[in-house]
Design a protein around this ligand. Sequence first.
Ligand SMILES: C[S@@+](CC[C@H](N)C(=O)[O-])C[C@H]1O[C@@H](n2cnc3c(N)ncnc32)[C@H](O)[C@@H]1O
Length: 313
Amino acid sequence: MPRSTPFRGKNISSVTDISGWTPPSATPRSTTPVSRPYASRMPLPTALRKNSAAAPIPDRKPEAVAYSCTGEAATPPCILDTTGDPLPRRGYRKRPHSAPMQETLAAACILAAGWPKIAEQGGHFIAPMCGSGTLAIEAALMAMNGAPGLLRDNFAFMHIPGYDPAVWDDLIDAAEDAENPDIPGRIIATDHDPAAIEAARDNARVAGVGDFIEFDTCDFTETEIPEGPGIVMLNPEYGERLGEVEELKAVYKGIGDFFKQRCGGKTGFIFTGNSKLAKRVGLRTKSRRIFFNAKIECRLLEYELYAGTRKQK
Ligand SMILES: C[S@@+](CC[C@H](N)C(=O)[O-])C[C@H]1O[C@@H](n2cnc3c(N)ncnc32)[C@H](O)[C@@H]1O
């Protein structure tokens, strides 16, 4: 859904039967998109208000099924959120540690970095400053073709009449069959905080990728950088939530030195919400992609790190 699309919904515990229900005709009737969502002005249809007669999965709270109407069309469509708990919550991050990246945001950065192809070709993924391990875990899941939703066993659609558990089980089996745990390259995650590494290890274990990631407690500058092509991706603090900007200037300069001196032949990436700090890296960026971390406009900065003597500025 485009970011500008108005979206607001009402959560209800579950759905009984919405067949035969049509959304009330829109007012005002207009062909131009309106910016305010209709949802707040529309009565919830009775069928959507009732609690489900379809028994929820035993021993588990039913997920919310959201209903929402956008203001994009003259007759607003009814949207059923068949997910419930948001998709970014993959279910593996039992220990978040400090300022963790959303799982889907981490996955988007890794995709933007071209990791799946590099992984296939035997490249490495190195995540110094790994915190709770999100980048390394998502990289490992991608490299083994792991479906990120496999850890979840409760989605909103499971509470909608007509849900067939056998069909879902077949899809799960197919996703599991498609996994390939033979990752040719190495995935390395380090942090100077032992509590972060402990959390990251636990999270990786829950995600089922604990055996594919090598963890180490060390300063980022001491991270092992194996020979061969690969990605080095860091998500340093950027002074919005953690760390003081003044102190961070030296850290960003240190990342530039680390890239130059230790990471030749790799592609470096920094995910940050502070472009002034990013300038302290002192290297020319190959690309800058904008991402939003909640409301904070961030950049994924890419640095081509030449092996040998080619001048980097
Ligand atoms: C913004 S957090 C990273 C969050 C991570 N992306 C996640 O999803 O959990 C920054 C991390 O950098 C680590 N860090 C800061 N300075 C460091 C240094 N000099 N060497 C190694 N790690 C460092 C912190 O301990 C923290 O875990």
